[in-house]
Ligand binder design. Structure first.
Ligand SMILES: [Zn+2]
Length: 649
């Protein structure tokens, strides 16, 4: 429901004839949003549309991963093996297949835009493709592999035809990064293993191979696949992981299994493993040679990560996610959290509650959480907060506010980009900005009115005032080094854009379009144009002026109350648009009898090139104040000139 009668106000503003407008300086008038050449080609080929829906000929690649990892905590080494079957569902014949070896970010000669600990990167011990063992390339033509930055480029022995599949085998080993490395690693007590296996790069209908290397700042673009994973760790270790554990009877004690079963049918938090119950023969089974192999399966996910430690406590409960299977009964997802006892005073003993609230709230705000579980693990400090399918790594000591805020943020990523699989590298706002916005919605409910949206707006405004702002439509690795520009554009300005959009069209219509965008692109790869086109279509409005202004430009908003002048029994109010970003001006006129009237100068006024607009209102009862955007829905950089107050006599 839109509680403020803007429609009525708009009519009343339009009904008052304006005085002659004085000459005005020129202002930018937003260009349309141009389509990228790749998107135009996709339109021509019928894989995309201008409605924001996937095209009738949309296609997407798929892969089956069979992975195994042996973790040696003393040596801090992971040794892995993989068989990866890549299914070519594109209409193209492929001569090469590109893999990411993300651990090469940590190679001595790695190409980076962030300082990281150097571990030597990934050592490949075996590369096979289509049944043939490949060597590093020595010429330009034969089947072989080449490594560059974090990429592994494989020239296939045989072309991979449309509809065909190719099997790849890899053997590898690497040193697990120490604390200080981004998004995972070990501090000696806990291990979080991310980006630990060769992963096929995305080949899509818009870009073809999107093989931008991992340099540190910009995140990822990942395809969907099924995973079967075997993880060998010391007995007594507890593991939190993407996917569903396939062999609980082999790795967990019967007491642990019984408690897990009881957690699966309650919304109370069950302490699965407490301080005194840790260790082999208590929390876990005993294994041959002091080791156990935990086996997992995950379907249609874009990555696989896990955390493990002998120090972990384990809490579990469930979240009610809504009706997933349309049987009119609410469905549940399991919630797991793993943390060291030393983190307990830092709110981790409440972590299962926080995760439960996050998943339940977001299932209602967006759509039901589709995965079998949501898991948060206490990881290395430099993990900060990082998302993977069904699991998040959260680092550092955190109080209630900081722990809830990072859990709700990371679990919000289970919608964007885990389900809605956009390109995080080139368009970070498409997952981080939406996630920051969704995080704010969760925090408002959990902390009863906490305004995280205001924090985003202020972060954006601070940088914009300093002139350090950079536009959203920029590759994540191409922002100025060591400034807040990437974070502000991708997270806070994008969240602020969503707040503005909600204010523009009303919460009900905003959420209708937002959910529709998500649902159209679940387990698919939407581009920015699919995002904008969906909103344009569902809202029935051409919002290109809005997308152009806030995504492609660094224009800022500064509306001001100009002259206020009595003219007979009416008062002439002039609104000035002093900034470069056009937005409707929503004006509240307050009167001495306590009443407030609302008026709107529609954005079309500014889009016509005008900088000042005058409208007339009745003078009685006496006007006490005039304020533009009193609810602070739009990120006006200078609020001081938004208000006019009557001088008291
Ligand atoms: Zn994030």
């Amino acid at each position: 429901m839109n509680r403020i009668g803007w429609t009525v106000a708009l009519l009343s503003a339009a009904a008052v004839p304006a005085a002659a407008q004085p000459a005005q300086p020129a202002r930018p008038r937003p260009y349309p949003v141009f389509e990228s050449p790749g998107f135009v080609r996709a339109l021509q080929q019928g894989t995309r549309t201008r409605t924001g829906r996937p095209g009738p000929r949309y296609w997407q690649q798929f892969a089956d991963y069979k992975l195994s990892a042996v973790l040696d905590p003393a040596a801090r080494r992971l040794t892995g093996e993989a068989t990866i079957t890549y299914h070519n569902r594109s209409p193209d014949t492929l001569q090469v297949v590109v893999f990411h070896l993300y651990q090469d970010l940590f190679a001595a000669d790695g190409i980076r835009n962030e300082a990281v600990p150097v571990t030597g990167g990934l050592e490949l011990t075996r590369v096979r493709a289509q049944g043939r063992t490949l060597a590093a390339a020595t010429d330009d033509t034969s089947a072989a592999y080449q490594r560059f930055a974090t990429l592994l480029n494989i020239r296939l022995p045989e072309p991979l035809m449309p509809g065909g599949s190719a099997a790849f085998e890899f053997g590898w080993t690497f040193t697990v990064t120490p604390d200080g490395a981004p998004r995972g690693g070990t501090d000696g007590e806990v291990f979080f293993l991310s980006y630990w296996y060769p992963q096929v790069a995305v080949y899509d209908d818009v870009t073809r191979w999107q093989d931008d290397p991992y340099k540190g700042t910009a995140e990822f673009y990942m395809g969907y696949g099924n995973y079967e994973v075997a993880l060998s760790v010391p007995e007594g270790w507890l593991i939190g992981s993407t996917g569903v554990l396939q062999n609980p009877d082999e790795v967990l004690s019967s007491a642990t299994r019984e408690r897990l079963a009881s957690a699966a049918s309650t919304r109370e938090v069950v302490r699965i493993v407490t301080d005194s119950e840790r260790g082999a023969g208590k929390a876990t089974a005993r294994g041959a040679g002091g080791r156990l192999t935990w086996r997992y399966r995950a379907e249609n996910v874009r990555d696989f990560a896990f955390g493990g430690s002998e120090h972990y406590l384990w809490d579990a409960t469930t979240a009610t996610v809504g009706d997933l299977d349309a049987d009119a009964r609410p469905d549940r997802a399991l919630i797991h959290t793993f943390y060291r006892p030393s983190r307990r005073p830092w709110a981790w003993d409440q972590s299962a509650r926080y995760a439960q609230h996050s998943i339940e709230f977001l299932s209602g705000y967006l759509w039901p959480y589709p995965y079998p579980h949501a898991t948060a693990v206490d990881g290395v400090t430099s993990c900060a907060g990082m998302e993977y399918p069904m699991i998040t790594c959260i680092g550092g000591p955190r109080d209630t506010l900081l722990l809830y805020s990072v859990i709700v943020h990371e679990l919000a990523h289970m919608w964007f980009p885990m389900q809605v699989g956009s390109d995080e590298k080139r368009f970070a706002w498409q997952d981080e900005g939406l996630t920051r916005f969704n995080q704010a919605q969760g925090m408002r409910e959990f902390f009863r009115g906490f305004d995280r949206e205001a924090q985003s707006r202020e972060n954006y405004q601070r940088l914009a005032r300093l002139g350090g702002e950079v536009e959203l439509m920029r590759h994540g690795d191409l922002y100025p080094f060591d400034t807040p520009a990437y974070g502000v554009a991708s997270y806070d300005k994008m969240a602020t854009n969503m707040v503005a959009l909600r204010g523009l069209v009303g919460d009900r219509r905003f959420r209708e379009a937002y959910r529709e965008y998500g649902k159209r692109w679940i387990n698919r790869h939407p581009t920015p144009w699919d995002f904008w086109n969906t909103f344009n279509e569902v809202l029935g409005q051409d919002l290109n002026w809005f997308w152009r202004t806030w995504w492609f430009e660094t224009w800022t908003l500064d509306q001001a109350v100009g002259e206020v002048k009595a003219a007979g029994d009416s008062t002439a109010i002039t609104i000035e648009d002093r900034g470069l970003a056009p937005m409707p001006a929503r004006v509240a006129v307050r009167r001495s009898d306590g009443s407030t009237q609302r008026y709107e100068v529609p954005v079309t006024t500014w889009l016509a090139g005008v900088r000042r607009w005058t409208f007339h209102v009745r003078s009685q009862p006496g006007i006490t104040s005039i304020e533009i955007d009193p609810e602070r829905i739009f990120p006006d950089l200078n609020r001081e000139n938004n208000v006019w107050r009557a001088v008291l006599r």
